[in-house]
Design a protein around this ligand. Structure first.
Ligand code: DX5
Ligand code: ZN
Length: 226
């Protein structure tokens, strides 16, 4: 069953703690935190202080997605703040191998995110070092964008690479996940669906947003078995 990781980018920041608690109580599997620096992506969001604050109330892993240049300068800060997973962008790391070691040495589980134009094969030489691969299904920087459906081939390719590596690696899909796209992602081999808008901005509330995603994924699985 695909795991659900609500992305707080779409949360009400004036009530952040309360909303994260609601997402946890509704059965979220991880909390996804989007860190943007206004350089790697054209938007600025939050920093280690927010991770630290959420770590005081989190009962599920904090999945920190760094959309920043030179992430090596901040890995230790985010680790000290309570991140469980730290994901860096392959496109932001000329020395990716070294950064992944740095994340592990800091006591976190390392992840690599791929922009839509980056091929799955770019990960081949480091696949054994990662615990998460984040397949961006929108161009990073903003919530509320449309899922790029052409990404499902890349997800399947990564699934095959992960299986042949024999390691336990999660495949995340990030961007434009809703009741329709979650099953495309799961069918292709994703194990974690990151969802901002359709969880935190659901008209019936956060729990209803998570429930709708779970129901859509379960229904698609049932139909597949027919
Ligand atoms: C985009 C972020 C995503 C974003 C997803 O750069 O990495 O995590 O919050 O938001 P939705 O679900 O609204 O597409
Ligand atoms: Zn993200």
């Amino acid at each position: 069953m695909i795991k659900i990781a609500p992305s707080i980018l779409a949360a009400d920041f004036a009530r952040l703690g309360e909303q994260v608690t609601q997402a946890q109580d509704a059965g979220a599997d991880l909390i996804h935190i989007d860190i943007m620096d206004g350089r790697f992506v054209p938007n600025i969001t939050m920093g280690p202080a927010i991770v630290e604050a959420l770590a005081t109330l989190a009962t599920i892993p904090l999945d920190v997605h760094l959309m920043i240049v030179e992430p090596d300068r901040f890995v230790q800060r985010f680790a000290d703040s309570g991140a469980d997973f730290i994901t860096v962008h392959l496109e932001a790391c000329p020395h990716l191998h070294r950064v992944l070691d740095q994340i592990s040495d800091a006591g976190c589980r390392p992840g690599v995110a791929l922009n839509p134009h980056t091929t799955a094969s770019a990960l081949r030489e480091v696949i054994g070092m990662v615990r998460i691969v984040n397949v961006m299904t929108v161009n990073p920087g903003f919530g509320g964008q449309r899922f790029i459906s052409g990404m499902s081939g890349k997800i399947s390719e990564l699934r095959a690479m992960v299986e042949s590596s024999g390691s336990e690696i999660e495949i995340e899909v990030d961007g434009g996940i809703n009741a329709e796209t979650i099953s495309i992602a799961e069918d292709a081999g994703a194990t974690i669906a990151i969802a901002g808008t359709c969880v935190f901005r659901h008209e019936k509330g956060i729990a209803a947003g998570i429930e709708e995603l779970r129901r859509a994924a379960a229904l698609a699985r049932k139909n597949d078995r027919r």
